[in-house]
Design a protein around this ligand. Structure first.
Ligand code: FAD
Length: 388
């Protein structure tokens, strides 16, 4: 309500709120269908890791709303999600068919990183990609476990958020630090605000026992803070630019021999509406000196993804992990793919895993849904003001 939609979002993002609203309105239907497709709706993760930062594994969220339903009935899943095809789930040592179709090379890498014996050296990851291949990992249908109000809160969630914000303390005094620090803060605050938007939009009214939007809650968490709204738009721009940047590779996706033309055309339709000017990643970490700053940024963001293991509410942890993995993937694409250097670019793209791609698209969907909800809340707010 207090935002001028013709203003640019700022920092390294040179598009207006209005322009992002327009892009979002165009891509929303396809993006929604995409994250409901069989390929994009399943995510594999370790939900039961110990919190490595503090000794607090006793607390847990007792609400049913905090629970996650994991997939146990594998036979109902499509062929390419069966354990033997996934490789990492049942048997990591499945033999590889040496003859590789060039068209499929990129996706082969996405399908099963373990089979190709790739070692992350140097480590340019912004999250721990080992989680996907862990023995304790479970497969979750994201559409059956929506991100919404869970009742998680109090000291437990405050502690998580304050530890996340504490990661935004860079040691370097390099002049680029300010921009990097600003970007880091906006990413975290945008994630926080996006979660706040979802829990307000899909809120359980205990009097009517119905789920629906709660305007007062939204205003208290997000709407009354223009910077928080702007940070959601900033994150949208970051993830959109990452998708734009891998567009040439996405066109060759072949989904592990279970090729779905409709999914491919939805990806194309979403990504073709994105524009390179949406975010200028080149303004950050421009020279050699700032490469140590970039290392610091990467390590700190990785810590944010690890802090998700300390979240007591399973459902919140699930979506926290999906989204921090999505941002980590986006940041890797933005900051580690040098558009001038084809070999370096290929190196990063080849090592992307299927789960990073799934997280990236689902994170984009979460931001897209947040922006749609913000516009709905604005209408509700205006109607409320007019009627009083
Ligand atoms: P909190 O949201 O806990 O915020 C703490 C303080 O941070 C605030 O007092 C404020 O000063 C500051 N702050 C708040 N928002 C921002 C912002 N955007 N930018 C900068 N500063 C800010 N709850 C659910 O119901 N459903 C979920 O799916 C869910 N997922 C979660 C995932 C994670 C990873 C975490 C840590 C928490 C999640 N929660 C979820 C809990 C939710 O985020 C809140 O912590 C909880 O609702 C309590 O809110 P609060 O008003 O006490 O303040």
């Amino acid at each position: 309500c207090k935002i001028n939609k013709d203003e640019v979002i700022g920092s390294t993002c040179d598009v207006t709120f209005k322009e992002i609203n327009e892009i979002n309105a165009k891509i929303r239907p396809d993006l929604l269908s995409l994250v409901h497709s069989d390929f994009f709706k399943y995510f594999k993760l370790n939900l039961y890791k110990q919190c490595p930062f503090w000794n607090d594994n006793n607390g847990y969220c007792v609400n049913r709303a905090c629970a996650v339903d994991v997939i146990e009935d594998w036979e109902k899943l499509p062929e390419y999600w069966q354990p033997e095809v996934l490789g990492g789930l049942a048997d990591e040592s499945v033999e590889v068919d040496g003859s590789k179709d060039d068209e499929c090379a990129f996706l082969d890498q996405l399908c099963d990183k373990a089979r190709n014996g790739i070692v992350d050296q140097p480590d340019f990851n912004y999250c721990d990609v080992g989680d996907f291949h862990n023995n304790e990992s479970v497969l979750v249908d994201l559409t059956a476990n929506p991100e919404r109000f869970t009742g998680y809160g109090g000291d437990q969630s405050s502690q998580i958020w304050s530890s996340i914000y504490r990661e935004n303390c860079f040691s370097s005094d390099h002049e680029d630090q300010c921009l990097a620090k600003d970007a880091f803060y906006r990413l975290v605050s945008g994630l926080h605000a996006s979660i706040g938007t979802h829990l307000s939009n899909d809120y359980l009214n205990t009097e009517t026992a119905k789920w629906g939007p709660n305007l007062d809650l939204f205003m208290a968490r997000v709407g009354n803070f223009p910077d928080r709204v702007a940070n959601i738009y900033f994150n949208y721009a970051v993830v959109a630019k990452a998708l734009w940047k891998i567009q040439p590779y996405l066109a060759h996706l072949d989904f592990c021999n279970a090729y779905h033309e409709d999914v491919k055309s939805m990806i194309e339709s979403v990504v073709s509406n994105l524009d390179s000017k949406i975010f200028n990643e080149n303004l950050l970490f421009q020279d050699q000196i700032s490469s140590s700053l970039k290392d610091d940024f990467r390590t700190r963001f990785k810590n944010v993804t690890t802090i998700m293991d300390c979240v007591h509410c399973d459902r919140c942890r699930l979506w926290g992990k999906v989204q921090t993995t999505g941002y980590a993937t986006g940041l890797k694409i933005l900051f580690e793919i040098d558009s001038e250097d084809e070999a370096a670019r290929q190196n990063v793209v080849d090592k992307l895993t299927k789960y990073e791609l799934i997280a990236l698209f689902n994170t984009f969907d979460r931001l897209s849904k947040s922006i749609e909800s913000i516009n709905n809340f604005e209408k509700m707010y205006n109607e409320k003001v007019q009627s009083t």
